[in-house]
Design a protein around this ligand. Structure first.
Ligand code: B3K
Ligand code: ZN
Length: 891
């Protein structure tokens, strides 16, 4: 397949000033008439006018009023080229597409009888021929025409300027978007939809019309999305001084969607999963996700739309920044310090669980990649989550105010432009007067840096020395790395657990005072700046041997290694003033125990109580019973590292051993702390009306964690507890947790509960997704059971949410069953990648990535995995999406 390189970027040969489009919407043949006014780019060396188009039937082509003969243009593979056009061109194009047959869900397609579009990254070329690249920005005026009865609602970007009847049972609407935008932000929606709407007063006094559009029957599920939208608008005004620039802002929910949501100008299109919620159908996690995704898409209006990307290599310019903004928004919405910490821990968990493995695998790429085959494969956790960590580091280095100054300068310089990651970095540097040249390596080097720390205490001089060494493992195409600019926030605890005021020795030690922010004469947290491979810092006036608290609040996306004793970890878990590191200490301790148990198992030991000391149980007991701690925090602290996080720590992965160890440890903790779990269960009931606020959600989270531990004992009182919670639940969080616990157990009522759940929610697609996925990840579900579920009448491969709920949940969320030694899980995976490839390449390519880490597994598993990968590689007519993933995996 053809690789595209960042170094080959060339500016477009023609710009487009205005786009006018007319759509005659018909599921089987939609006619699109497009009129482009274009002008030559004097700075470009290209002479040829290049347009892109895919799966289109070209009906007519006129240039400056004259029909172009077949000899005047060339239709290539996905391109239409006109050689030697004049400097000013008006191009008129007529194309036909077939939305009802479009299962790729890119371009114009039909979902439940309604029309939707998805254009990012390169879907606009499936609607018309166009210089479909983000550095071509134009204003759009669009007329939609359709059958009035079937498609009463016609929506486009920007403002509605005209609508009316066409007489023949058809009607029309004209939409005009006053802001220049790249084609990937184009959208239209047509169908039978209803909306909740509200007028909202903006900070500058203007009124904006806010709408949430859904299918009839879902109007009782829009309130939370609307609240989230209003909160997002307020937050961006207050935190960044950024206002809504349109009179109208619309969110539309669609059930067939490749990803979460899309930030089309003024017309955000959302997966139903991230819009629809009420207590009956949505969990606390759903409510929180909706808030963050609504925020994310809204924040794109400035970071992405007003200032966009020059080319797709710059994707993280908008995605990393916007994820950072949505994370900060969610944290501010909770408002409390412990709530902020909980949010931070959750975000870091995602990073470690998904991005660290990506960074260590065959698809590892820098935050600003150097090449790609299929851009859709690069909407990754590296671009999004690591990109957000990179943005967060600016804030850590410059402070909140310094970061805000950088943002202001960025918009002042680049509003209305398509720019690069470097432009963002320059704005941060120029606004603060800091040199951020070395910081560029965060964009250009892939891989997760390792920072190793050694310490020494000299009681004669009262000096405590920290030595840091950084390195970064090789990644594809990047064997050697240069040292990164790493902010490491540190603190020191005295023997009573209190923070020691920090003072660094002046001069002497290299890199000391310059790289340190110490406005306060003696702060208790200091940000040390690593810029070299090794660096040493001396803290003076340290009167006793301290315990170091390192990388507070996870100040950089690195792996930090330090030889803590078990006792120090227990001490930090109980005392660190930095809640992130309190959680981290517990995770380190748990991980250490899990890894040593896995070693024992592999040496043939039987998993029994004699293998366990009390350090972990004691530490868990302290946390579980400390009612001064936020329940949400306790839930996170009492959750063992996941099987995939443990797997990443191992040279050679044995998924069965890891699974056995984690279950054994859970059962041991359940046994040893049975009374405490029960007490926590009772103490965190949330009687009365359901509310998704963080405090109540935190209580439910801890209560349901307690329930799941108790059910791991698989005894009848636990079964009864889950059964009665299931029966009494007035919300989906409690209901689903109880069901999940039952399904993982051998409770006699489990089949019955599953059946009742299905019957009750048969008409709620998002809940049926949960029903599938809960079974897919159950300890008891093997690949045959998954195949049986695929034969269920409610299952469909064409709906991405449904496919993900069963297939992805099983392949990535049920490691012990998926990695069955006979290779049956891998054979299933190969079969499904091939089947999905024909329907929807993007969904197939995501599934293909499940095998990323195959080289890390035991030899016998590896052989089976390689066979499965090769089966896919040998399949006919693979999309470039799947081909790129498989080729890189096998390389
Ligand atoms: N920008 C879109 C992602 C589009 C993915 C295209 N394959 C959603 C988001 O990040 O907000
Ligand atoms: Zn985004």
């Amino acid at each position: 397949p053809h690789t595209i390189y960042r170094k080959d970027y060339a500016s477009p040969s023609f710009f487009v000033d205005t786009v006018e489009m007319g759509f005659d919407l018909d599921p089987d043949a939609t006619i699109v008439a497009t009129r482009l006014t274009m002008r030559r780019n004097p700075a470009s060396r290209g002479k040829t006018l290049v347009l892109y188009g895919e799966s289109l039937r070209l009906v007519a082509l006129r240039m400056n009023g004259k029909a172009l003969s077949k000899r005047a243009y060339t239709l290539g593979h996905g391109t239409l080229e006109i050689a030697n056009p004049p400097d000013e061109v008006v191009l008129e194009i007529e194309t036909v597409t077939q939305p009802s047959q479009n299962t790729s869900l890119m371009g114009l397609y039909v979902s439940n009888g309604n029309f939707f579009t998805q254009c990012e990254a390169e879907g606009f070329r499936k609607i018309t021929f166009f210089p479909d690249r983000p550095d071509v920005m134009a204003t759009y005026k669009v007329m939609l025409r359709a059958d009035k009865e079937k498609y009463p609602v016609l929506l486009g970007n920007g403002n509605l300027v005209e609508q009316g009847d066409l007489g023949d049972g058809r009607h029309y609407a004209v939409w005009e978007d006053p802001f220049r935008k790249p084609s990937y932000l184009f959208a239209l929606v047509a169908g039978n939809l209803v909306c909740q709407e509200e007028t909202f007063r903006l900070q500058d006094g203007r009124d904006a019309l806010l709408q949430v559009w859904v299918e009839e029957g879902n109007l009782d599920k829009t309130q939370h999305a609307m609240e989230s939208l209003k909160n997002s608008i307020r937050w961006d005004e207050e935190r960044f001084g950024l206002e809504l620039d349109l009179d109208r802002f619309m969110i539309v929910a669609v059930s067939d969607f490749n990803m979460g949501a899309m930030e089309n100008k003024g017309l955000n299109i959302f997966n139903t999963k991230y819009v629809l919620a009420n207590p009956r159908i949505a969990t606390d996690v759903d409510f929180a996700n909706i808030e963050s995704v609504v925020g994310h898409e809204y924040f794109h209006n400035w970071t992405g739309n007003r200032v966009t990307c020059r080319d797709w290599f710059q994707l993280s310019l908008k995605e990393g920044l916007t994820v950072f903004r949505d994370q900060e928004f969610s944290a501010d919405m909770i408002g409390t310090d412990s709530g902020r910490a909980v949010k931070r821990i959750e975000d870091v968990r995602v990073l470690r669980q998904a991005q660290f493995p990506e960074d260590a695998g065959p698809m590892a790429h820098p935050v600003r990649p150097d090449s790609y085959v299929e851009i859709n494969n690069f909407y990754t956790v590296t671009i999004y989550e690591k990109g957000s960590e990179v943005v967060r580091m600016y804030q850590t280095l410059l402070g909140r105010d310094g970061f805000r100054k950088g943002m202001d300068l960025y918009f002042q310089r680049h509003d209305g432009q398509a720019v690069e990651c470097d432009d963002f970095r320059r704005a941060m540097a120029d606004a603060s007067g800091r040199n951020l040249d070395q910081f560029e390596l965060w964009y250009s080097q892939a891989g997760t840096p390792r920072v190793t720390v050694a310490t020494r205490y000299d009681e004669m001089s009262n000096i405590y020395t920290m030595s840091f060494t950084q390195s970064c493992p090789p990644t594809p195409g990047q064997p050697k790395k240069l040292p990164f600019h790493i902010p490491v926030a540190v603190g020191l605890l005295d023997s009573s657990g209190r923070d020691i005021p920090l003072r660094l020795q002046k001069g002497g030690t290299e890199g000391s005072s310059e790289g340190v922010h110490a406005n306060d004469p003696a702060p208790t947290t200091m940000v040390l700046e690593l810029t070299q491979q090794t660096q040493t810092f001396d803290f003076v006036g340290v009167l006793e041997q301290p315990v170091p608290s390192l990388l507070r609040n996870f100040s950089a996306p690195v792996v930090l290694e330090y030889d803590y004793t078990d006792a120090e970890l227990g001490f930090l878990m109980a005392n660190d003033s930095d809640p992130f590191n309190r959680w981290e200490a517990g995770q380190r301790l748990a991980l250490r125990r899990m890894l040593s148990l896995v070693r024992e198992v592999k040496q043939g030991a039987a998993l029994d109580a004699s293998l366990l000391d009390t350090a972990l149980t004691d530490a868990f007991r302290v946390t579980l019973t400390d009612t001064s701690l936020d329940p949400a925090f306790r839930e996170l602290a009492l959750t063992l590292p996941s099987e995939s996080v443990v797997a990443e720590q191992m040279e050679v992965v044995d998924p069965q051993a890891i699974h056995a160890v984690r279950r054994f440890l859970r059962r041991s903790l359940a046994q040893a702390l049975r009374a405490e779990w029960l007490a926590a269960y009772e103490a965190n009931l949330t009687p009365g009306e359901y509310s998704p606020d963080a405090e109540s959600a935190g209580k439910r989270g801890l209560k349901n964690l307690a329930l799941s531990y108790l059910l791991d004992l698989d005894e009848s009182d636990g079964h009864q507890l889950a059964q009665s919670q299931y029966d009494a639940a007035n919300n989906m969080t409690d209901r689903l947790s109880a069901l999940g616990a039952l399904v993982n157990s051998s409770a006699p009522g489990r089949e019955d509960a599953l059946a009742r759940f299905y019957d009750e929610f048969e008409n709620e697609a998002l809940v049926i997704d949960k029903w599938f996925s809960l079974q897919a990840v159950s300890y008891n579900t093997d690949v045959e059971a998954v195949r049986a579920l695929m034969r269920h009448p409610a299952f469909s491969l064409k709906n991405p949410n449904r496919a993900r709920s069963l297939i992805f949940s099983f392949c990535s969320g049920n490691p012990a069953q998926f990695h069955a030694p006979d290779g049956s899980g891998y054979a299933y995976w190969a079969e499904l990648v091939i089947t999905l490839n024909a329907l929807n390449p993007q969904v197939a390519a995501r599934l293909a990535r499940v095998m990323d880490r195959w080289r890390k597994y035991e030899p016998a598993l590896q052989r089976n995995m390689r066979n499965a990968l090769e089966d896919v590689a040998a399949a006919k007519s693979l999309s470039k999406d799947v081909l790129e993933v498989i080729t890189k995996s096998l390389a």
